[in-house]
Unconditional design. Structure first.
Length: 294
């Protein structure tokens, strides 16, 4: 097990998953504190890195595309204080951070976790029900429907229409955009049959954000909804079935397939051991695990 404890948070790796717990330091972003502890399976990772600085460094996790509904809904636009996959490391813990990186990378290598995209979410997204007040409205989600209520600052076009209830079945997509410079941010829902070119300020299916403290929390609503929408990379049912009337290809015998895969794994382990990537102990442990399966 590898562990690193900092004011910014605590990361623990047990060989199968990383447990990310935000710290209580005043610099920890509001979104991270509200999101709470995250359990990230090793299969969700594409990589890990550590960047040193003069006063502090930063551990970064890189998740596989499609693994996390929060990252999909926010489009990689979370800033550093709110990004749950970054950890500020004090200079006297650089050695611990480097050891942590080595442990995770070795596990990715031994488990042969592919870095490519996923067609199903590995992380569940924020728990529901939840409700966030920011910008010109309040967005609530109970797992089945989104409710948008307007504050007095909202434009008349929204206020006059009253609160909106959007069934999950009618939502095609969700997007969170932070405020950048003089351009306001938004939480927008693309709804079946509704126009999508209306500016967020006037769009009854969008909350406009003005760059205030609670704006990032709207990303939690976006992620909770995204987690319950069809995964954007999920194979379509027709693609699974193939052309009408066509017979599905016969699968290879499971035992034969597993046997060949395990033999390939043994050869790969041998190459990694000869090249010095694996120590004698790591190689023997991995080899014994494969032989038991054979």
């Amino acid at each position: 097990m590898a562990e690193i404890i900092q004011k910014d948070g605590t990361w623990v790796f047990d060989g199968d998953a990383l447990r990310l717990t935000p710290g209580r330091d005043k610099n920890v972003g509001l979104l991270r504190r509200e999101l709470g502890e995250l359990l990230v399976p090793l299969t969700a990772l594409a990589g890990i890195s550590f960047e040193q600085g003069r006063k502090s460094g930063r551990l970064r996790l890189r998740l596989r595309d499609g693994a996390d509904p929060l990252l999909h809904a926010t489009g990689g636009r979370l800033t550093e204080p709110h990004d749950p996959y970054q950890l500020v490391v004090e200079s006297d813990r650089y050695g611990v951070a480097e050891y942590f990186v080595d442990e995770v990378r070795n596990a990715l290598l031994l488990d042969q976790v592919p870095p490519g995209p996923l067609d199903a979410y590995v992380l569940p997204g924020p728990a529901v029900p939840l409700s966030v007040s920011a910008g010109d409205g309040v967005a609530s989600f109970d797992g089945e429907r989104v409710r948008l209520e307007w504050k007095w600052q909202a434009e008349d076009a929204k206020s006059a229409a009253g609160p909106r209830t959007l069934p999950l079945a009618d939502i095609l997509a969700v997007e969170w955009q932070p405020t950048v410079g003089l351009e306001n941010g938004h939480l927008r829902f693309t709804v079946r049959g509704a126009p999508s070119k209306v500016p967020p300020k006037y769009d009854p299916n969008a909350v406009e954000l003005w760059g205030f403290k609670k704006d990032p929390l709207m990303a939690l609503v976006a992620a909770a909804v995204q987690a319950r929408l069809p995964h954007p990379s999920a194979p379509a049912a027709l693609e699974k079935a193939g052309p009408a009337g066509a017979a599905a290809p016969a699968p290879a015998p499971a035992a034969e397939h597993d046997h060949d895969a395990l033999l390939r794994r043994l050869r790969e382990l041998g190459e990694l051991h000869r090249s010095g990537v694996l120590t004698d102990e790591e190689f023997n442990l991995a080899k014994q695990a494969v032989l038991k399966r054979l």
